[in-house]
Design a protein around this ligand. Structure first.
Ligand SMILES: [Zn+2]
Ligand SMILES: [Zn+2]
Ligand SMILES: [Zn+2]
Length: 407
């Protein structure tokens, strides 16, 4: 049986030291190599064991990952054999009462830097990680303002002692959303909800898989999330009443967000001649399920001119419904609801999307008002009633006619 040369006690000392260091130096993360050097300097962990510097600390991380000891707090590895990052934990441990908003705003601010500075493409993943963490904290803060017990996953065992110590299981993202709506009676714009969920989906992909997201799509999604976060903060948080740090962070976020706006406006204005050409040619532009800009021409190539993502018609129809309309296929099937995707009566592909009162085919780009199509009583496919007024599509009518003749 394998085991570790490290004890849990040592892991805890290492965790405490690193988290303190991150907090007091106002850093959001450190590389494993930087941590190893710091730990050696403090005399906590040797750094000259193994083939090269950093090896000893990474062994501690690997042992934690593999379950032989506790994992160093805040440690994340994207996938085996890649680098480790040690994140500042959103300190639930101490001063949670004050830190929620500060931490949230800090995360949001640090998510904008990699995008605006554009130094290293690889940093974009931190934008996703940080804006996701920031979103969750800001939403929690709003919930906490309603009543502090709402940030406990189990409200019935909430108590102020655990709140002070931070020693409790805090509310999950799904429940934050439910409680905001049902208890705090706060309406979150459905688009905002979509973006928040999408950011979390992408974040989970980063933590568990290789990172292959498209830059412009990330930047665009982050800017959308940012827009709605600022709206929520304006409406539901008294920034003037918050700590001096929070106020400073907030001001900076507002400033940076206008740079962001400029960035996206600039990118869009560069595309304008292209967009105009498409519009003049009567090409339909739909919202791209990756970058959420209305820059995806349904012209057969289905390639978004803002973020460059291209789609097959069937995939596009599905992703559009999931991401843009915010309807989850699994949930709608499970709950017996309708997933608004059907077979197109013109091209027979499963690409006919019902958006409000309009049917639009993402393959042949035919469109109909909802009332213009009927559903066949026999095969349930959509058809144009002018083809037949006997509650049956042409195919069903023909095959019935044939079977009569055969008999
Ligand atoms: Zn796009
Ligand atoms: Zn079609
Ligand atoms: Zn039929």
């Amino acid at each position: 049986m394998s085991s570790s040369n490290f004890t849990n006690e040592l892991v805890w000392v290492v965790s405490d030291f690193l988290q303190d260091h991150l907090n007091s130096n106002n850093l959001n993360y450190l590389s494993a190599e930087a941590c190893a050097a710091l730990l050696a300097k403090e005399g906590i962990l040797l750094n000259d064991v193994g083939p090269k510097p950093g090896f000893n600390f990474r062994q501690m991380l690997r042992d934690g990952r593999d379950g032989f000891i506790d994992l160093v707090e805040g440690a994340i590895q994207e996938k085996p054999h890649t680098r480790w990052i040690i994140y500042k934990k959103t300190r639930s441990i101490k001063h949670l009462e004050l830190d929620l908003l500060e931490n949230g705003l800090d995360f949001i601010l640090s998510s904008l830097m990699p995008i605006l500075e554009q130094k290293n493409k690889n940093d974009l993943k931190y934008s996703l990680l940080h804006i996701s963490a920031g979103t969750e904290l800001v939403l929690k803060e709003i919930l906490k303002n309603k009543h502090w017990s709402l940030i406990f996953e189990k409200i019935d065992i909430a108590n102020s002692i655990d709140l002070q110590s931070g020693d409790f299981q805090s509310v999950s993202f799904e429940n934050i959303i439910k409680r905001l709506k049902n208890i705090a009676e706060i309406q979150i714009h459905p688009k905002a909800l979509n973006y928040f969920k999408e950011i979390r989906k992408k974040r989970n992909r980063i933590e568990h898989f290789a990172f292959t997201e498209n830059d412009k799509a990330i930047i665009s999604l982050v800017s959308k999330v940012l827009f709605y976060l600022i709206e929520l903060i304006k409406e539901h948080i008294e920034i003037k009443e918050s700590s001096a740090k929070s106020q400073t962070y907030y001001k900076e976020i507002i400033q940076q967000s206008s740079n962001f706006e400029e960035y996206t406006n600039l990118a869009l204005s560069k595309l304008k001649p292209n967009l105009d050409k498409l519009r003049n040619a009567n090409v339909i532009l739909v919202e791209c399920p990756e970058c959420y800009r209305q820059t995806l021409p349904l012209d057969g190539n289905h390639k978004c001119i803002f973020c460059g993502t291209s789609y097959e018609s069937e995939d596009l129809a599905n992703q559009y419904i999931e991401n843009v309309l915010g309807i989850n296929k699994y949930i709608s099937i499970k709950d017996g609801g309708d997933f608004p995707l059907e077979e197109c009566p013109a091209c027979d592909r499963e690409t006919l999307v019902l958006m409000a009162d309009l049917y639009l085919c993402f393959a042949c780009v035919e469109k109909w008002q909802r009332y213009e199509l009927d559903h066949c009583n026999y095969c349930n496919r959509a058809y144009l009633p002018k083809e037949s007024n006997i509650g049956m599509c042409n195919d069903c009518r023909d095959s019935r006619a044939n079977s009569f003749m055969d008999n």
